[in-house]
Design a protein around this ligand. Structure first.
Ligand code: ARG
Length: 462
């Protein structure tokens, strides 16, 4: 009894070099619980089709349960002679229930439909797990946003001061993309759930009167594959999963980069909690944003996993080719990466202390209220092209004088344009500026409060 599922037509055994290349148990062994669940559903289908006696059926299920328990206890291991998880588990099953009964399970299935199915179930479980961890991060951002509704910060474009915005508004701008990522995971899941490949066999389907819909339902799918070739050959579900995980990495990395910048002495916008930052082995004063840097770095790795997968799939003829075994390690890595990264990143975000005074102080600097002057003039009836010129002239005058916009005197305003009456000062405070942005999606405090409840509704729908 070996862990090879073939051999009848071969005169000699495989060379050790082939064995070494072919073996996948070092990474696919983690699919064991999924393979066992598939085998249970398949045994039930064989029994329903009259291909297993009641006694053999019961014995097979018992054997599969024993293997499941031994795996859970950490006592089940592949042997170096095993080619892959499927072969190893059949060998172990035969050891448990004997060759007569154990040898009946493989009827009507191939590793090709088997792996496609159980890989889907594995990824569905982890998509749900990752979605929960992303929602935890959204939650941390939301709590910080709710706690800082009164803080104004410099909003930036091109990394230059642009217009004042609420810190809460900025934080929520990171929450929305993450919520869309959760939506992407849910959409992906619904598509994958409809398409269980079990029953496709090697590529052509089964002749044994099995029941793919029944197997699908037992494994938590909503339907089974309509085309057995597609069912065994397609891996777009893997590539799409890898894309969504890469996008999550990219979205996280954009906030990570800001945390790195914001924690510099130059910005001084945030202080990292001691438990969520690291020190230097030589410089005693250092406190480093390693979590954010690792998040930034791991985004590259997640993108690499997606790119590698697409390269594997490109131009592969139908149906199954052994190349497809290369689909697993990249997404296993993406899953492991995010499941470690997201809790750490969330902890860092939840424990950030914002230097509100510093943000508020910098918010109006760099003439970030110039747009407010122009829009105030528009509300006074001045055409925007003129208003833009006038506000630009105010900035030029301030630069000459080395002052900020609100430091221009009434006379200096009037010299620039008679339209600039002292009433313009109502928009020359950061509070006035943000309060004026009342359009939907704007940074006015009331709009941001609305946004918080809108976001909470979306989160609760997940
Ligand atoms: N371990 C393989 C995979 O991950 C499945 C085995 C199919 N092998 C075969 N020779 N048809 O894709």
């Amino acid at each position: 009894n070996t862990g090879k599922l073939w051999g009848g037509r071969f005169a000699g055994g495989p060379s050790p070099e082939l064995d070494a290349l072919s073996r996948s148990t070092h990474f696919d062994w983690r699919l064991t619980p999924y393979d066992l669940a598939g085998s249970r559903a398949h045994a039930n289908a064989l029994h329903r089709a009259g291909l297993l006696t009641d006694a053999d059926h019961v014995e097979l299920l018992r054997g599969l349960d024993v293997l499941g328990q031994r795996y859970a206890a950490g006592e089940l291991h592949p042997d170096p002679s095993d080619e892959d998880v499927h072969g190893a588990l059949e060998r172990l099953l035969v050891e448990e229930v004997g060759a007569e009964v154990g040898g009946r399970l493989r009827a009507g299935r191939s590793r090709n439909d088997q792996i496609a199915t159980l890989f889907k179930v594995f990824l569905r479980d982890h998509a749900a797990e990752i979605a929960e961890r992303v929602l935890d991060l959204v939650d941390a951002l939301t709590v910080q946003a709710r706690d800082h509704l009164d803080v104004v910060m410099p909003g930036r474009t091109h990394l230059q001061h642009a217009q004042p915005v609420l810190l809460s508004h900025h934080l929520l701008a990171h929450a929305w993309p993450l919520l869309r990522d959760v939506g992407r995971l849910r959409d992906w899941d619904a598509r994958v759930a409809a398409d269980s490949p079990y029953g496709a066999g090697a590529l052509a389907g089964s002749s044994l009167g099995l029941d793919p819909e029944g197997v699908a339902a037992e494994l938590g799918f909503t339907g089974s594959t309509a085309n057995s070739i597609d069912g065994t050959a397609a891996r777009d579900f893997v590539a799409e999963f890898a894309f969504v995980t890469a996008q999550i990495g990219v979205d996280v990395s954009r906030f990570a980069e800001e945390v790195i910048l914001w924690s510099t002495r130059e910005f001084d916008f945030v202080t990292l909690h001691d438990s969520w930052s690291t020190g230097s082995s030589i410089m005693p004063q250092k406190k480093n944003p390693d979590i954010a840097e690792l998040a930034r770095g791991k985004a590259g790795r997640l993108i690499g996993n997606l790119a590698g997968l697409l390269a594997t799939l490109k131009a592969l003829p139908l149906a199954y080719n052994r190349d497809l075994q290369e689909d697993k390690e990249p997404v296993f890595d993406s899953v492991d990466t995010l499941e470690v990264l997201l809790p750490a990143f969330t902890g860092m975000v939840a424990s950030l202390t914002f230097n509100s005074a510093r943000m508020t102080e910098l918010a109006p600097q760099g003439f970030s209220l110039a747009t407010d002057i122009a829009e105030w003039l528009v509300r006074e009836g001045v055409p925007f092209r003129v208003a833009h010129e006038v506000a630009g002239a105010c900035v030029r005058r301030c630069e000459e004088l080395g002052i900020e916009l609100d430091e221009l005197s009434d006379e200096q305003f009037a010299e620039i344009s008679p339209s600039l009456t002292p009433a313009v000062r109502e928009v020359l405070t950061i509070e006035g500026s943000v309060a004026s942005r009342v359009g939907r999606g704007g940074t006015a405090p009331q709009r941001v409060r609305d946004q918080l409840s809108e976001l909470t509704t979306v989160v609760e729908a997940h």
